[in-house]
Design a protein around this ligand. Sequence first.
Ligand code: NAD
Length: 435
Amino acid sequence: GKTRPMEYRVAQLEALGRFLDDKKQQIMDATASDLGKAPFETELSEILMCKNELHETLSNLSRWMKDEKVDRILAVQLDSAFIPFIRKDPYGVVLIIAPWNYPIHLFLVPLIGAIAAGNCAIIKPSEVSKKTETLVAEALPSYLDKDCFAVVTGGVQETTRLLENKFDYIFFTGSPPVGRIVMTAAAKHLTPVTLELGGKNPCYVSDTCDVTNVARRVAWGRFFNAGQTCIAPDYLLCTLEMQEKLLPALQKAINDFYGPNPRESPDFGRIVSDKQFQLLCSGRVAIGGQTDEAERYIAPTVLVDVQPSDAVMQEEIFGPILPIIIITNMDEAIDFINSRERPLAIYAFSSDDKVVNRVLERTSSGGFCGNDTMMHVTLPSLPFGGIGNSGLGTHHGKFSFDTFSHARGCLKRGMGQEPLNAPRYPPYSQRKFGI
Ligand code: NAD
């Protein structure tokens, strides 16, 4: 019962805010070391987004925690002491498993939801983003109540052992194959799960667009964090004519963002590990293509003449590489999208709103953004999550609170009004309900 009172939840959430303030520089240093992340990108995607989530949660928590009154059935209208309501109960002990690409954000945002809903939590950061893992393991526990929150470090072996335990909820962010492993482990204990997974996010660009703006918005989404973002546009779908216009515009956007040599830009990141680097180096290059293994550097790269059967179109890319697939019209783009696994996000660019709406209506994905990339994730008012191969369940803002709460259907009655119960009691041979 310790984690249930609102004052306790608020105190822990405020402590998370202090962790972000006090350790801001260490977080910047750790993510720069792990991912070459620019300080501004860390500030935006790791610190500011967590603070927004904290602000949203602290501002609304008392309202979210209230019992929800629900309608009564007609038969009990006369009984004023017949009160149905939904109680938002914590699940109990929650396990949060996080990946490396946003190594603070991706455990902290779910943790905010878990604490807000009154749970205890075990946090398992990624072992791949080593410096951040160490920082979290060393610093976070001194901010939170040690009786109720713990950080467990390690990789596959440790997580496998952790998953043998019976948790009351598991929140996993990572790849679809590991998502299956987590769900299988959870099934043994009938533990409910949220799975925030990945996939290949299509980006359709129609022939009627402001090409300069499209190129800037796509390049930002693809090359932010060196392309290691689960909602990054993974590949472009456009006509050959549009590709001819887009290539110089993309080249200009890359130049404007990172200068003539992105390797020297303080704003362009690096690939997290040697293993991940090896996965990415293949394909035919129209822009970029330079690599340096020692630095795990891959230039912002655009690939053309890409076939759907090419290796780059099989797995989520998760690097600064943007293949372009040529289609002849919007219907072909929609068919292409629908012939593949349902992605975490779909992007559609067109100056004709009907085109954007058509893509929205005829496809299915975790989230959608028209005429921009990734910006839908910044709104705590929107549910964030996948569908099918890209995941199960949602979080952010109130959706996080609901994810980590069990909606307990409750009814309280007074002791009186017994005659109203008479029709449901035996002997049934007596005439009941006019039957
Ligand atoms: P991953 O699945 O390899 O690892 C995620 C976590 O699971 C890590 O903490 C890791 O230690 C653990 N893990 C790895 N293998 C395991 C195993 N066999 N058994 C038990 N635990 C295991 O993912 P990653 O490489 O860290 O992250 C990249 C993936 O995450 C991409 O697919 C990306 O799209 C996805 N992602 C999704 C979201 C989202 O919100 N949907 C956000 C970020 C990343």
